[in-house]
Design a protein around this ligand. Sequence first.
Ligand code: MG
Length: 232
Amino acid sequence: MKRNLILNALVGCLAAMTAGAADEPTVINPGNWRTPPSDAVILFDGSSLDKWKGNDDKPAPWNLVDDRAMEVAPGKGGITTRDEFGSFQLHIEWASPAEVKGEGQGRGNSGVYLHGRYEVQVLDSWNNKTYPDGQAGALYSIAPPLVNASRKPGEWQSYDIIFNAPESMEGGTQKPATVTVLHNGVLIQNHVAVNRATTASPLKGLPEKGPIHLQDHGNPVRYRNIWLRPLN
Ligand code: MG
């Protein structure tokens, strides 16, 4: 009995030592639905496209529109952040066109490419059937979303994405990237390991840093309130 008491006391001491070892988390202002947290990198707040570029390093060819938003300029190509990032938390809001045109992959198609390689599909998936790993919130060609949490065409929707970059390991192997996505606050990708670029990726290789790329798939999809918190 006495031995158990001593053992318990020792375990308690060790736990206290371990529990006290972590650094105190930084205090930030968490913001709200429309205002980013105080430690976020603002990628787009409606004022300019300065953080983005078009093909061949040209200025981003998309249009600034109402609602502090930007809109795909169909046929002019996707846009890519000038900066590159490792692991991050990304918030992005998007809306497919209110006027419904086309079907399947032709309706409100765009995409958020993490590191320019892994596409989180943007699509009008409200009453619009397509293949599961190509609908809104899919990791395109890799994993369908866990549920279809889509809002109606024209309504603003959000993706909150946690991306852990791939890591080179000893011996030349690579720890895959992982992707978690909340669509309109609902978990739809749960720490999915990704060891290849999705099809139609504009960039090759799987480096440890990369840009955010937004796809021009020929539909006037809008984006707003884009911010990112680097995690390394
Ligand atoms: Mg797409």
